[in-house]
Structures are given as structure tokens and as C-alpha cells.
Design a protein around this ligand. Structure first.
Ligand code: UTP
Length: 277
């Protein structure tokens, strides 16, 4: 079954400069918890135990976050502040964390390929931590996708309907609806202009990938923006066999930009933080 989750976190985060000049985008807090911790919790809640993080230069804070800080913990021991570290501590104790570096930032596909030594030859999940997904009503998005994987055993991308004038920010799919919210993908275009978009179904930062994707990425030439695109490799997988697109239940905030980040902060403050969740 699926045991590992890959977190590509090597991007420059240029939309959030200057905050991301010396700090990873994934460490930006939503209220008092960094994005990467929400992402790891979503994976853990989906039953995944092994976290594989693709980092780059200036991303050391990610490793330090999932490690024990003896001085700090000694300092707050026995005080009511201890509870603020309990969640992080639990993740450190129940999950494993492995890291590799993407030496050149050649795109999301390339970042996923850089994670190959940490994943090996097994199906795995991918979470982009700057897409914060929350479902207060039930299973998290990754848990929903894992259930689907158990049934179909092929790569799955999470999708969301977006306004037509936003398609240029996403990979966009065309597919045939095979059951409620589930499409069999037959075409995929990276960041199309609205007039070229095959639909308004945009891929967001959650994937389940079968391991044959690695060879397909290795064979993929740089595409849009000179980057190695995961959508190009997924398109080949869809042509050879099957890729599903899944319209998930829940909310998604694009925390890579100011607007989504502020929306996420307000939502989490009201719905989680103030309620002590
Ligand atoms: P983005 O498209 O959001 O790029 O990457 P970015 O560099 O992080 O941010 P902006 O657009 O400059 O503000 C989507 C995801 O893919 C990862 C990023 O860390 C992010 O999680 N990524 C992207 C890599 O790990 N390596 C890359 O070469 C590119």
C-alpha cells in the first residue's frame, strides 16, 4: 500500500518575496503552524508514515522543524506552553523524515524525480505544502485519494474547478466522467490561456503517483517556462494506461500568494485556532 509522501519544497517562492528570501515558503505560518506541518499532518492522517522532503538551498529550517529542540523544550517544560509543541513532537515520534536536495530548480517534475532515491519502486503521494487543503467535515484530501487508489491502482491528480480566467496558473485536464467527481484523463495542458484550456478543471497540489512516473519524467524534455513539467509525464502515463482526476471534498487555499494566504489565515484562526483545534 502507499506508505510514503513526497513534499517538493525546493521552489524559490518568488511570489512571496521578500519573506521567502532567506526562509522557505513552506515555513510560512498559518496562524501559529507552518504550512509544511499542515501538509505532514494531512499525510499522517491519511495513514502515511514516511515523509520524504525535497529541499534546496536556504531550506534548512524545514529539517530543524521536524527535530527535537532540547534547549527550547527544556525551557518550556512544565509550563502551559508545552502544549504548543505537542503536535510537532507527535509527528517526530510517529513518522520518519528523509531529505534530499534538488540542486537546480528545474521545475516540479524535476523536483519529484529528485525524490526518487527516497521513494524507490512503490506508489507514493505528493503534497505541495503551499496548497493548504482542509476538510473539516471528514477525511482530508489525501485520505480521500488513497481510498480511490485502493480501488483503481493508478495515478490520481486532485482537481478543482477554477474561473476560466485563472487557467493560466494551473495544469488543466480534459477527461471523461466515470463516476461522481472522478474523471479518466485523456488530455492535460500546462498553464493554458483561457481560450486554449480544455476545461476549467485545474490540477492542485495533491497527487498519487505510480513509480513508473520516474522513468517518464526522466524522458521528459523541458516544457512550458523551460521547466520539466509533471503534467507532461502524467500525460504520457494517461496515454499508456490510466490517470484519474478527482474532484475532492474540502477547501483549498493557494498559500503561495498573498490572497490565498490571508484567506487561509482568517479561516484557520476562526475555525481551528480559536476553537483550540
Ligand atoms: P511553484 O510553481 O509554486 O513555484 O511550485 P515556487 O518557486 O515555489 O513559487 P513562485 O511561483 O516562485 O512564487 C510548486 C511547488 O513545486 C515546488 C515548490 O516548492 C512548490 O511546492 N518546486 C517547484 C520545486 O520543489 N522545485 C522546482 O524546481 C519548482
Amino acid at each position: 500500500m502507499i506508505r510514503k509522501c513526497l513534499f517538493p519544497a525546493a521552489g524559490y517562492g518568488t511570489r512571496f518575496l521578500p519573506a521567502t528570501k532567506a526562509m522557505p515558503k513552506e515555513m510560512l505560518p498559518i496562524v501559529n503552524k507552518p504550512l509544511i506541518q499542515y501538509a505532514v499532518e494531512e499525510a499522517r492522517d491519511a495513514g502515511l508514515q514516511h515523509m520524504a522532503i525535497v529541499t534546496g538551498r536556504g531550506k534548512r529550517a524545514l529539517e530543524d522543524h521536524f527535530d527535537i529542540s532540547y534547549e527550547l523544550e527544556h525551557q518550556i517544560r512544565g509550563t502551559e506552553k508545552e502544549k504548543f509543541l505537542a503536535g510537532t513532537r507527535e509527528l517526530i515520534e510517529t513518522c520518519t523524515f528523509a531529505y534530499t536536495r534538488q540542486v537546480e530548480m528545474k521545475g516540479l517534475g524535476h523536483a519529484i524525480l529528485s525524490g526518487r532515491p527516497l521513494i524507490g519502486d512503490e506508489p507514493f503521494a505528493v503534497v505541495l505544502a503551499d496548497d493548504l487543503c482542509l476538510n473539516l467535515q471528514g477525511d482530508g484530501v489525501l485520505a480521500q485519494m488513497i481510498k480511490l487508489y485502493k480501488k483503481f491502482r493508478c495515478s490520481i491528480v486532485a482537481i478543482q474547478e477554477v474561473p476560466r480566467d485563472q487557467t493560466h496558473k494551473y495544469g488543466v485536464i480534459a477527461g471523461e466522467l466515470i463516476s461522481d467527481g472522478i474523471y479518466r484523463v485523456n488530455s492535460m495542458v500546462e498553464k493554458p490561456a483561457p481560450e486554449d484550456a480544455p476545461s476549467n478543471l485545474a490540477i492542485i497540489g495533491r497527487y498519487i503517483l505510480t513509480p513508473d512516473i520516474f522513468d517518464l519524467i526522466a524522458d521528459t524534455q523541458p516544457g512550458k517556462g523551460g521547466e520539466i513539467q509533471i503534467t507532461d509525464a502524467l500525460m504520457k502515463q494517461a496515454q499508456n494506461g490510466c490517470v484519474l482526476a478527482y474532484k475532492f471534498e474540502g477547501l483549498r487555499f493557494d498559500c503561495g500568494g498573498a490572497e490565498g494566504y490571508i484567506d487561509a489565515t482568517n479561516f484557520c484562526y476562526e475555525q481551528l485556532y480559536l476553537k483550540g483545534l
